[in-house]
Structures are given as structure tokens and as C-alpha cells.
Design a protein around this ligand. Structure first.
Ligand SMILES: [Zn+2]
Length: 260
């Protein structure tokens, strides 16, 4: 059994419902999904999806460049209300730091504030944070390190930095989640991280419909392709596929507090 620990099941480009996308993944052994939210509206949608589909869990969260113009207090109030209303909400995110040419964008100071408030919400609710980090290693590590003694649980989603940064996240107790990027020929640096990460500290994800694995680049990504990520981890770690499947499932269920 595999878990896609980070996917976006609702996307108009699929031309299919979240249920259809999830169901078709079962043929590849993917039978548990964490549907990740990126805005307040998407958080409500995420709550609805996981209420509708028994084997889908969800998160609530505001991506660094979502809901521009809305006050942080309104956003955080909205997220908390959804968490309180649905026990299948198992995390806060994706949230974090995104230093890119995204337009329209939230400036760095505002991104930092919004991220801190979501981390605080996660701590208050005892939920893990799903960290989005694009070119923001130092800022993310600095913010996360402040909550180290408050039993913060977190995962660095779609981990894409090198082993030096990986060690810093691991030292803070942050899980690393590997996506289809580990299959890209140019990402030898990521495969080094895969080889070295402790068996109890990694998750697998697709980030569907984004970031398709090698062989499907230029196409939409699907949760069923988490199998391709698992196969690559198996190869790099020189461990049987079923061992990798079992470890990553156990790790995801521990982080998200899901009892199978
Ligand atoms: Zn995502």
C-alpha cells in the first residue's frame, strides 16, 4: 500500500472528479491520500473532499501567494473553523516561503507573518505543518527552529535542497517528502538525500497535478504516479519496493496521526 502524502485532487484540467482521480490510483496500490489546500476557499473544498471520500484526508492552509488582500486574522479564523468542524483535517498547509517571480505576490515580510501564524495554529491544534519552500531555506529553518520546543510536527514538502539543508531540517525533527523530482536525471543531489535520509523520516508524494515524474514530464501529474517515486526510492536506497512502501506509509500515518 502507498500513501500520496501531498496531492491536489481537484483541478479543472483533470476533467474528472476527485473521487475518479483517487479511485483510478488504487490499481497502482495507492489507497490513502492527503489532499492539500492552498487558499481559504480551497481549504473548504479540501474539507468537503475528505468528508465525501473515506480514504482521503485533508489539510487547510494558505499558500504564500494566495488570498492576497485578505487580512491574516480573517484567513486564520477561517482555517481554524474548518479544522474544528472536521476531524479528517490532519494538517496545516501548504504554507511557507516562496521567493520567485510569482505574480501577483505577497512580499517577504507578509509571507513570513502569514507563515508564522499558520505554524502557531498548527501547534495549537496539535497538527503537522506542510511546508512549502521555494528558495527560502534560511527563512523557513529560522521560523521552524523557533517552535522546536513546542512539539511542532512538520514535513518539508517536495524537498528539493541538498543534503546540507536536509540535515538541518532533520535536526529539527522535520520529515522530508520526496516527489517526482527525484526521478529527474539532473537531480543527483536529491538522490543523495534519498540515500541518506533515515528510514523513519521520509514521505512520498506527487504534488499532483504538478511536477510529473520522468517519463511524464510536460503532462499532468496523477496520484497513481507516487508508485514511480517509490520505485526510485527503492532503487536509490537499495531496499525492496515493499519495504519502502511500508516505511513511507508508516511514516505518513505517524505524522498525520492516522490509524489504519
Ligand atoms: Zn502542493
Amino acid at each position: 500500500m502507498l500513501v500520496d502524502s501531498h496531492c491536489h485532487l481537484k483541478d479543472s484540467r483533470y476533467g474528472k472528479s476527485p473521487f475518479e482521480i483517487a479511485e483510478e490510483s488504487k490499481s497502482e496500490g495507492v489507497s490513502l491520500f492527503i489532499n492539500i489546500a492552498t487558499s481559504l476557499e480551497d481549504s473548504s473544498e479540501s474539507s468537503k473532499i475528505c468528508s465525501d471520500i473515506p480514504y482521503v484526508y485533508g489539510t487547510v492552509g494558505i499558500y504564500p501567494h494566495s488570498d492576497l488582500g485578505e487580512s491574516n486574522d480573517v484567513l486564520l479564523y477561517g482555517l481554524e473553523k474548518i479544522i474544528d468542524g472536521n476531524p479528517k483535517i490532519v494538517g496545516v498547509g501548504e504554507c511557507g516561503i516562496d521567493i520567485s517571480d510569482h505574480t501577483p505576490k505577497r512580499e517577504m515580510e507578509e509571507q513570513t507573518k502569514l507563515f508564522e501564524m499558520q505554524v502557531e495554529l498548527a501547534v495549537k491544534k496539535g497538527l503537522p505543518v506542510i511546508i512549502h519552500n521555494r528558495n527560502g531555506d534560511d527563512s523557513v529553518l529560522e521560523i521552524i527552529s523557533r517552535y522546536k520546543n513546542q512539539e511542532l510536527k512538520a514535513v518539508a514538502h517536495c524537498f528539493s535542497s541538498g543534503w546540507d539543508v536536509a540535515q538541518k531540517f532533520l535536526d529539527l525533527g522535520v520529515y522530508l517528502s520526496f516527489s517526482g523530482m527525484i526521478t529527474y536525471p539532473s537531480r543527483e543531489d536529491l538522490r543523495e538525500v534519498v540515500a541518506k535520509v533515515p528510514d523513519d523520516m521520509f514521505l512520498l508524494e506527487t504534488d499532483s497535478p504538478w511536477l510529473p515524474p520522468q517519463g511524464h514530464r510536460g503532462e499532468l501529474n496523477y496520484p497513481k504516479y507516487v508508485k514511480i517515486v517509490a520505485e526510485k526510492v527503492s532503487q536509490v536506497k537499495e531496499k525492496p519496493y515493499l519495504t519502502v512502501a511500508s516505511l513511507s506509509t508508516t511514516n505518513a500515518c505517524r505524522l498525520f496521526n492516522i490509524n489504519l
